[in-house]
Design a protein around this ligand. Structure first.
Ligand SMILES: Cc1cc2nc3c(=O)[nH]c(=O)nc-3n(C[C@H](O)[C@H](O)[C@H](O)COP(=O)(O)O)c2cc1C
Length: 194
């Protein structure tokens, strides 16, 4: 089997982020399954809040262009999002908004959201595991950005108690869900390596 390149990032830049921990657990799973994994932090891609005047004056900021290039060089993308007020954090939405601007890819325009496959997951300390954030993120990616998102997803509830010392998920059901996400993501990403 070919080894697809998978990019993983969390929609939180907080030190000790539970979503960053879930992203790290997914990276392990993906690497064990022989994917070539790149994990990035949005902290390394600082962006102003999107404003059309700013874009007209200065164009798309360099960090958004770098992110676009990262997406373009991978076959699969896993986004692990926190839930803020029943949706996704402004950080993640703002990042996707900047990346969706045509100038972000240079000319000719190549969408960083098409011709690759996406997976989404979430972690919260509450009992619903960020399911509402996932319900918000899926249509943004699919309807707004034209992405293909696999149906498998993990909404990790009570995440502060969910990780063992080695960073793996303690609950068997959650671990199984994460494995289904990473396995399907790899399967679908392989198609784009052909
Ligand atoms: C502005 C804000 C809104 C939040 N809204 C929700 C929410 O709707 N549902 C939920 O389960 N947790 C909510 N939380 C709690 C987050 O899930 C929690 O802070 C989590 O640790 C954030 O993810 P992180 O650890 O990856 O940074 C909210 C937190 C903040 C700061």
């Amino acid at each position: 089997m070919r080894h697809p390149r998978i990019l993983v990032f969390a929609g939180s830049t907080r030190g000790g982020s539970i979503n960053a921990r879930l992203a790290a657990a997914a990276v392990k799973e993906l690497a064990l399954a022989d994917a070539e994994v790149t994990r990035i932090s949005l902290a390394d891609y600082p962006l102003p809040i999107y404003n059309g005047d700013l874009e007209d004056e200065h164009g798309v900021p360099e960090p958004a262009k770098r992110l676009v290039r990262h997406f373009l060089s991978h076959h699969g993308i896993l986004v692990v999002t926190p839930e803020y007020n029943a949706s996704i954090p402004a950080l993640l939405k703002n990042t996707l908004d900047w990346m969706s601007r045509r100038g972000a890819a240079g000319q000719p325009y190549e969408s960083p959201f098409r011709n690759r496959v996406f997976a989404i997951s979430a972690a919260t300390n509450g009992q619903f595991g960020g399911i509402r954030a996932l319900m918000a993120l899926r249509p943004i990616l699919e309807l707004g950005l034209g992405a293909t998102v696999i149906p498998e997803q993990l909404a990790l509830a009570r995440a502060e108690n969910g990780f063992g010392e080695n960073g793996s998920l303690l609950d068997e059901h959650d671990a199984g869900s994460l494995r289904r996400v990473t396995t399907r993501l790899i399967e679908e990403a392989v198609r784009y390596t052909l």
